[in-house]
Design a protein around this ligand. Structure first.
Ligand code: NAP
Length: 461
């Protein structure tokens, strides 16, 4: 095994990490530690992926993880190429010609579909779009959400469902000190949604919420949390069962015992309910309600079984929050059944004969599916980088073209291909610009949500 002076492997080896979210940064950190030079690419001019565009803006502590990523970015062997899209600006083959290892860290860009009539009516949206909109993702800044109907229905029992439900009922005073996009602060300020109904297809003991997120619903300034006690009757999680689920049931039991305190807003959790149809006038009139099937649990508790009974919940907004899904990239082996890049333990494998694709690796949600919290991606990235180091030791990495695979040659290539790409210094200029705008109003930042504005601010650096 070759060793660098610092005792790490892979001197002179170069890696491209595609996607600057948590898994991309954790992979970068490990690759740098093992002596690789790393170029981190992102389609957006800004780094941090879902930490910037997904984590709820009223959860600033979770966002502070970006300090760790910023430290990684201070390594002299690190470069950022923001605003460069794999598949349109650069291709897989072009990266293979320039790097010993490519790590795909592109996350899961779209949402799962319910596959029910009316799903695409105006007023029925994937929660992922709503999240990207209120977080100021430039591709979603112009989306419109009608927040005037009195009731909204959120479908799904995961943490994203909780996030969007909570955002809908937060008091403007709770939103004011956050980095919620300005357009969303204005829209939430004028919103007429006073009731949110959160629907789970299975029971309270099967919900995918984590405990702090569920507990937070009981502490909202202006919304009472409502759970019908009848829904908890006979529900329990055995002592030796899943602790998170057992605590969820305890929290829900506490909510069921609470009498509404007369707050202006309500957030109701309804279980054993599957949406059957999004209702509205004609084929494409706006949402007026959801026709819901009432379920019971299968004997082993794993499945929701329709009882045949139904109810209609009138509403003006539906947010479908039933999980994210990966989308294929041109030429990169994809498992369409699972919505993931084909891989074994992080090594990409061919669609044709299942052989490993030398020099191609994957981390994060596009490797294992959209599950876990931010920290889950650290171990996940470490596992993949361990495979990269094994392959390096076995001389089984990719074999780039020596005339193209130098830091200088790559810089010239990107300078030509995407002249207005954003470097790390460019991101620091955006960061300073946004933070300065936030200072006068006590907010961590005021996000720039237009690509033009982001690029202009980056040039100050
Ligand atoms: P998730 O945790 O996988 O939850 C998806 C929910 O959708 C489940 O309740 C699932 O029910 C339901 N569902 C799936 N298909 C359905 C259908 N056809 N009809 C009705 N319901 C359906 O996904 P997520 O909320 O998108 O979150 C993704 C990951 O990010 C999770 O690991 C989550 O914890 C994490 N996250 C964390 C935070 C935080 O830590 N604050 C915030 C946001 C997200 P079944 O269980 O019955 O399938």
């Amino acid at each position: 095994m070759r060793m660098s002076p610092a005792g790490t492997s892979a001197p002179g080896k170069r890696a491209a990490v595609v996607g600057a979210g948590p898994s991309g940064f954790y992979a970068t950190e490990q690759l740098l530690k093992h002596g690789f030079e790393v170029d981190l690419y992102d389609a957006l001019p800004t780094p941090f992926g879902l930490v910037r565009a997904g984590v709820a803006p009223d959860h600033p502590k979770i966002k502070s993880v970006t300090r760790v990523y910023t430290k990684t970015a201070s390594n002299p062997s690190f470069r950022f190429f923001g605003g460069v899209t794999l598949g349109t600006d650069v291709t897989r083959d072009e990266l293979l010609a320039r790097y010993h290892a490519i790590v795909y860290a592109i996350g899961t860009a779209t949402d799962n579909r319910l596959g029910i009539p009316g799903e695409d009516r105006p007023g029925s949206h994937p929660a992922t779009d709503f999240v990207a909109w209120y977080n100021g993702h430039p591709d979603f800044a112009d989306q419109q959400f009608d927040l005037n109907g009195g009731r909204a229905v959120v479908i799904g029992n995961g943490n994203v469902a909780i996030d969007v439900a909570r955002m809908l009922v937060l008091d403007p005073a709770e939103l004011a000190p956050t980095d919620t996009a300005d357009h969303a602060i204005t829209a939430f300020g004028m919103a007429g949604v006073s009731e949110v109904v959160l629907l789970g297809r299975r029971g309270p003991a099967q919900a995918a919420f984590t405990n702090p997120e569920l507990r937070e619903l009981g502490e909202l300034e202006r919304a009472d949390v409502i759970v019908d006690p009848a829904q908890l009757a006979g529900v329990s999680v055995p002592e030796d069962g899943d602790t998170t689920k057992r605590r969820n049931v305890e929290i829900l039991r506490d909510y069921a015992l609470r009498a509404p305190s007369g707050k202006s807003h309500r957030l109701e959790l309804r279980f054993l309910r599957s949406p059957l149809e999004i209702l509205g006038e004609g084929d494409d009139g706006p949402v007026t309600g959801v026709r819901v099937g009432i379920n019971e649990l299968s004997a082993d508790g794993t499945r929701a079984v329709a009882t045949g009974a139904e109810e209609v919940i009138e509403c003006g907004l539906v947010l479908r929050s039933i999980g994210y899904r990966g989308t294929p990239l041109p030429g990169i082996p994809f498992d369409s059944a699972r919505g993931l890049i084909r891989n074994e333990g992080g090594r990409v494998r061919s669609e044709i004969d299942d052989s490993p694709c030398p020099g191609e690796y994957v981390v994060g949600w596009i490797k294992r599916g959209p599950s876990g919290v931010i920290g889950t991606n650290k171990k996940d990235a470490n596992d993949t980088v361990a495979r990269i180091v094994e392959d390096e030791q076995a001389d089984a990495l990719g074999v780039p073209d020596p005339s193209l695979a130098t830091a200088a040659a790559v810089k010239d290539w990107i300078d030509q291909r995407v002249p207005d790409h954003v470097t790390w210094r460019g991101w620091e200029a955006i960061d300073t610009h946004e933070s300065t705008l936030g200072e006068s109003t006590g907010r961590p930042r005021v996000k720039l949500v237009r690509l033009d504005d982001l690029l202009r601010a980056s040039r100050d650096g």
